[in-house]
Ligand binder design. Structure first.
Ligand code: GTP
Ligand code: MG
Ligand code: ZN
Length: 276
């Protein structure tokens, strides 16, 4: 039978298929061949002995959180506790661009900052919107529901940002555990421990354990450069311009003229390993 892994707990893989959930183990060969199933995987399994026989081809695969077959990724971004971070936002967006997944910026904890503080951050949010990214607030339930409809989405973000809280708001039946914020550390306490997939509005949505930092390696300079979508609005004379030391670089000019956000450019240099 064909099914999809919705949760993994030690060696038990919960496979959803035709309105049932089957707790399955993997064929022994998986371990030998270093095949590691993740939540989101479509699999072939035997419902008599509850063994997963095969993982079907993945559309995409992420390491942190460990999930596959994603169409949309919501970065749950709190404005305070934990603090708003442009570096984290850019890392997330670049990772999604490279993997051809649509990133959605979902803002939480607007209520924890005052209007002046919000205006400071709004300048940045307006820029991201201008270059084509969708931004929603965790209070805009209808808007979030319409983005979740019929596609497979993942909620990711820092621990304590409010992923599980928002999912409970979307559907209280999920009854997910939510956590306190450690005031000493200014972040969450890793309340969600495992990835879990839920069917919702004809699509799927995954809750995931939060992280305290996001790393990416193994991406080439070329990939990172192309993932900064607004750079293509400023076509440099040299097609392979890296926008670093080249003269007559239109991207650098756009940064100087405040048409490209300086933090974006700095993060670009940082991600390709050129620190200025
Ligand atoms: N004031 C305020 N608190 C919020 C908001 N959203 C979430 N919280 C609180 O933030 C804390 C952490 O929320 P969680 O939903 O557990 O965060 P999480 O992202 O699931 O965290 P991990 O599971 O550790 O990754 C809880 O105390 C929530 O009540 C919000 O919009 N405003
Ligand atoms: Mg959680
Ligand atoms: Zn250039």
């Amino acid at each position: 039978m064909r099914g999809q892994i919705i949760k993994i707990s030690s060696d038990l893989h919960f496979v959803s298929s035709e309105n049932n959930i089957y707790p399955c183990k993997c064929r022994g060969i998986f371990r030998k061949e270093h095949i590691i199933p993740v939540v989101g995987d479509y699999v072939l399994f035997n419902k008599n002995n509850l063994i997963i026989e095969k993982i079907l081809e993945r559309k995409n695969l992420f390491q942190r959180p460990k999930v596959s077959n994603i169409d949309r990724a919501f970065l749950i971004t709190s404005l305070k506790h934990p603090a708003f971070s442009l570096n984290l936002l850019d890392k997330f967006i670049i990772l999604m661009e490279i993997n051809n997944v649509e990133p959605i910026i979902c803002i939480t904890k607007r209520d924890l900052i005052n209007d002046d503080e919000f205006l400071e951050i709004k300048k940045y949010l307006d820029y991201y919107q201008k270059i084509g990214y969708k931004i929603v607030f965790n209070t805009e339930i209808e808007k979030i529901n319409s983005l979740l409809k019929n596609v497979c989405s993942v909620f990711t973000g820092q621990t304590g940002a409010g992923k599980s809280t928002l999912l409970n708001k979307l559907n209280p039946e999920w009854n997910l555990t939510t956590g306190e914020i450690s005031l000493a550390l200014g972040r969450g306490k890793h309340t969600t421990r495992v990835v879990e997939l839920f069917e919702f509005l004809g699509g799927k949505v995954m809750d995931t354990p939060g992280f305290s930092s996001l790393e990416f390696k193994n991406y080439s300079r070329e990939q990172i450069k192309n993932a900064f979508v607004e750079f293509s609005f400023y076509p440099c004379i040299y097609k392979d311009c890296n926008h670093t030391n080249e003269s007559e670089c239109l991207v650098k000019k756009a940064v100087l003229e405040n048409n490209i956000l300086e933090s974006r450019y700095k993060n670009y240099l940082n991600f390709i390993g050129v620190d200025k």
